[in-house]
Design a protein around this ligand. Structure first.
Ligand code: PMT
Length: 397
């Protein structure tokens, strides 16, 4: 059984405190234990009863709390916690944390913590850009504190700019990432995801039912593992994971162009896209009109993006995918050899494409590793751990 996560959530005095209520709900829904610490100003925006109801636990507001057995809430609360997240964090709290001031429960907890500290700033754009605030942020970053956001957009005061707190869903992604090991820290990962679209005429084209779910889950897992990630994506509705750069393309030719312009400084290339094997020669500029005749399309083979990357002079560590409908291992291993890949992930197309779950067999020079069936993010995290291990051993061929 996995250990239950325990988070201490600090809430300071900003309008975004209402989003901290939703964040508490999401954390509890994820099965985490949440201890909320509310500053005096925070309680002006959302009362302790709301957080108590959402977390199902006492809410801490005082430095010297009679509810804590030895009166040492400022020490006890972060002991055994997985993270201390302050959301929203005002300029005042940020200044205190940067200076090491400890004059209330939350600032004292920050000083006495023995777990990672994550801070989600929320303030007016001028306050955010105020030189002392930016100095404090830089200080916290150099002290190893994770600064999450802020976002740009409409502000409660009516102004527009940088200073909005990240949305609760995005803060959840950052928290989950903070729990993951970082074997790819400092590495650059480039990956392709989703389908390609080969134009027939002004409105039609040839594509496939790849949803992009597998590729985007791997992008997220690589970012969680500390990598700098670029996704070259075919047409897909997937949301870009935080911290990942995304380049949208349509056809296989465009995907190849984007890969070639990005691949130079790449350490690891992961080809998850379902690339069309053929494109339509001479697509029509206009919509083709229907008539009584048989319509024949002339198709020509597309370039193999992965094979081109894998056969460069100094290739990155290349990972391929193979979606087969039969003879999975035999066809997949043949593909791995033909494309000169150190690692290939084989999946059954009927189980994998468009689905939320997947089951993957990894093939490398040492043989096969079966990853258990599960949500694509779980599969992606295990795949990334395997990639990091092989990459670390320098097995690039
Ligand atoms: O997007 P989802 O709905 O989550 O589905 C995920 C997936 C099933 C698409 C994915 O898990 C997967 O298996 N992708 C590879 C699909 C495939 O069968 O590829 P292939 O056998 O045509 O190609 C083998 C490898 O070469 C792949 O890594 C592919 O990206 C790459 N390739 C193929 C052709 C080409 N012209 N260029 C390439 O880079």
């Amino acid at each position: 059984m996995t250990k239950q996560r325990r988070i201490v959530l600090g809430v300071t005095g900003g309008v975004a405190a209402y989003k901290a209520a939703e964040l508490t709900r999401l954390m509890v829904k994820a099965g985490w234990q949440v201890d909320v610490v509310l500053t005096e100003a925070g309680a002006q925006f959302v009362g302790p009863v709301t957080f108590q109801a959402l977390s199902g636990r006492p809410v801490y507001t005082q430095l010297w709390s009679p509810d804590v057995s030895n009166g040492m809430a400022h020490i006890q609360l972060t002991r055994g916690a997985d993270a201390l997240l302050v959301a929203p964090a005002t300029a005042d709290l940020i200044a205190k944390a940067a200076l090491g001031l400890a004059d209330d429960l939350l600032s004292t907890l920050i000083s006495a913590r023995d777990c990672p500290l994550l801070i989600a700033p929320a303030m007016n754009r001028q306050m955010w850009e105020n030189a002392p605030n930016l100095r404090n942020i830089a200080q916290l970053e150099s002290d190893g504190v994770a600064i999450l956001g802020p976002d740009a957009g409409d502000q409660a005061c009516g102004e527009v700019g940088l200073g909005r707190m990240l949305e609760p869903e995005e803060l959840m992604l950052h928290l989950e990432a903070s729990f993951q090991p970082k074997p790819l820290a400092g590495r650059r990962v480039l990956l392709t995801a989703g389908p390609t679209f080969e134009r027939i005429d002004a409105v039609r084209g040839i594509t496939n039912s790849s949803s992009g779910k597998m590729g985007f889950a791997i992008a997220r897992a690589a970012w969680e593992a500390g990598a700098e990630v670029t996704i070259i994506a075919g047409e897909t509705a997937q949301v870009t994971p935080p911290g990942c750069r995304r380049i949208d393309v349509l056809s296989a030719q465009e995907m190849l162009g984007a890969v070639e312009s990005e691949v130079d400084d790449t350490d690891i290339f992961i080809a998850v896209a379902a690339v069309a094997d053929y494109y339509v020669l001479n697509p029509s500029e206009q919509k083709i009109k229907k008539d009584a005749h048989i319509l024949t399309l002339e198709l020509a083979p597309n370039p193999d993006i992965l094979a081109r990357v894998a056969t460069r002079d100094k290739p990155p560590f290349c990972v391929g995918f193979a979606a087969e409908s039969e003879n999975l291992l035999e066809y997949a291993e043949a593909k791995r050899k033909r494309k000169h890949l150190p690692l290939l992930a084989a999946n059954l197309v009927q189980n994998a494409i468009g689905a939320d779950d997947n089951e993957v067999i990894l093939l490398d020079d040492s043989g096969e590793t079966r990853l258990p069936h599960g949500p694509k993010l779980d599969v992606a995290r295990k795949l990334i751990a395997h990639v990091a291990q092989l990459y670390g051993k320098g097995k690039t061929k």
